[in-house]
Design a protein around this ligand. Structure first.
Ligand code: KIV
Ligand code: ZN
Length: 511
């Protein structure tokens, strides 16, 4: 066994801070359960003081998800730390992550504090956290733009007050690998005591993975990262990239190991993409659709003769091999649910009945049903009925060249039926207007993409829409073999998110 590098996943905290992402507690729980299957060491489940919704989600994860340590983020304010502990105290292993900004720009423009006040805050926040648990992480926000002497002083204060993990966040993605590696080495030299050193890299210059690896090379033993590299602005270091780099180059990393079950990477990536509405770019390393596709004849020839000629990763080792499920229109409920169980998907009750009905509908229209199809319909039914306010009961659309399209829709609003008819500039526009009328929720459609879940003419269409209202941005996702119906589902999913998001941001102050 090599030495361990801890994988601290912050998809549900920093990742969820990506513009337009708003996960409800059940969606967060579903992702957390998959992260536990993936084998991450810590799940940063949220920032409990941000809203009641965030608190509930963190608490549900702490109570239900087994395996990884469950962490939540807190400012140094004592009341924040108390609330943070309240949300995670029921987990098998709980960690409080305390942070405060330390760079001159943040001190002047955001905190309006001097260095002495920041040091006092660090001591009081970490000591309070330590009074609850021995597992306390401390982060000096914007560390890479903090004068080094002050950074060491702050980190020393945190260890002396009881922090067991010192994180070095490159909050604005300013680091360059050899320079960031040097900071990690200097921290280890200058800050005395027992602690694990961690890195948290943002991707503003496209260097988050490289910076994280440079940190590991200089002694970091925890990497903070997100599935698909999502996160504030350009995102965080991508979990799948850092894990695979450590795995593929033991010669460079001296046999350092993670506990990640890499065969679960592709599935985790698909789940996060689906629930967040953030599609994965085709050429994304490790989990992109094209990560193992070879276009040129020479490359194809090479790979057919011997895979390693043009591939450093075996697709199967990251779960990127399309498994075909032997299910068809004659399959019964039992076969359906036991196939899902074999795939590691837990679903029961109403959500199972609804997913089975969707599966039957799909089997009538599609010859080959693949794992990705099943994951997509199950995710939609699980998510779609997690206390959603609006449900699509029916729709029809007509359009002809040179004429406005007309859509009529019927929806249930908390079980009460409502219908509307509207004209629009094209089918999606007409549907959007009719749905807005029927639900009473106005929003502008500012983004629309359609992709297929798998290949073939009968593939499921996967539509993602971006809706904006009151300065807020949300995404909505819908799937169907009929892309017009997928569009209506996506639009309604977005309207449901908009009504949820209003509650969520009622008391928001995200880091
Ligand atoms: O980027 C950052 O500085 C953070 C901290 C809260 C760790 O996300
Ligand atoms: Zn961050």
């Amino acid at each position: 066994m090599g030495e361990r590098v801890l994988i601290f996943d912050t998809t549900l905290r920093d990742g969820e801070q990506s513009p337009g992402i708003s996960l409800d507690p059940l969606e967060k729980l579903e992702i957390a359960e998959q992260l536990a299957k993936l084998g991450v060491d810590y799940i940063e489940a949220g920032f409990p003081v941000a809203s009641q919704g965030d608190f509930d989600a963190v608490q549900a994860i702490a109570r239900r998800v087994e395996g990884p340590g469950i962490c939540a983020l807190s400012r140094t304010h004592l009341a924040d730390v108390d609330r943070c502990w309240e949300s995670i105290k029921d987990a098998g292993r709980s960690r409080i992550h305390v942070f405060i900004s330390t760079s001159p720009s943040h001190l002047e423009h955001m905190l309006r504090m001097d260095q002495a006040q920041v040091l006092k805050e660090v001591r009081q926040g970490v000591e309070r956290a330590r009074s609850y648990t021995g597992d306390v992480e401390f982060s000096p926000q914007d560390a890479t733009r903090t004068p080094m002497d002050f950074l060491f002083e702050v980190l020393q204060a945190a260890v002396d007050s009881g922090a067991s993990t010192l994180n070095v966040p490159d909050t604005v993605g300013y680091g360059i690998p050899w320079d960031f590696g040097q900071i990690i080495e200097e921290v280890r030299r200058q800050v005395h005591g027992e602690y694990v050193i961690s890195c948290h890299c943002h991707n503003d210059l496209g260097l988050a993975t490289a910076n994280s690896l440079a940190a590991v090379e200089r002694g970091a033993r925890q990497i903070e990262c997100c599935i698909n590299g999502i996160g504030e602005r350009a995102g965080n270091a991508s979990l799948e990239e850092v894990v695979m780099a450590l795995r593929i180059r033991p010669d460079i990393f001296g046999g350092l190991e993670t506990g990640v079950r890499t065969e679960e990477l592709a599935r985790t990536s698909r789940l996060v993409a689906r629930l967040t509405g953030y599609p994965v770019q085709y050429n994304k390393a490790v989990v992109g659709k094209n990560a193992f596709a070879h276009e040129s004849g020479i490359h194809q020839h090479g790979v057919l003769a011997e895979r390693s000629t043009y591939e450093v990763i075996d697709a199967a080792s990251v779960g990127q091999v399309g498994s075909q499920i032997v299910l068809g229109k004659h399959s019964g409920r039992h076969a359906f649910s036991s196939t899902l169980k074999d795939m590691g998907i837990e679903i029961s009750g109403d959500a199972l009945n609804l997913a089975f009905a969707r599966f039957k509908e799909l089997a009538d229209r599609k010859v080959q049903i693949e794992a990705a199809d099943l994951e997509a319909i199950v995710a939609e039914e699980k998510g779609g009925h997690a206390g959603e306010r609006f449900e699509l009961l029916g729709m029809s659309v007509s359009a002809s060249t040179g004429q406005n399209a007309t859509a009529s829709v019927e929806v249930a609003d908390n079980g009460v039926k409502a219908a509307a008819v509207a004209d629009g500039n094209g089918m999606v526009d007409a549907l959007g207007k009719a749905l807005s009328q029927a639900t009473g929720v106005r929003a502008d459609l500012t983004g629309f993409t359609v992709a297929s879940v798998t290949g073939g003419v009968d593939a499921l269409g996967d539509v993602v829409v971006t809706l904006e209202a009151d300065g807020r941005k949300v995404s909505g996702r819908g799937i169907s073999t009929d892309i017009v119906e997928a569009s209506a589902r996506a639009y309604l999913n977005g309207l449901n998110r908009l009504s949820r998001v209003r509650e969520k941001f009622s008391n928001s102050e995200t880091p």
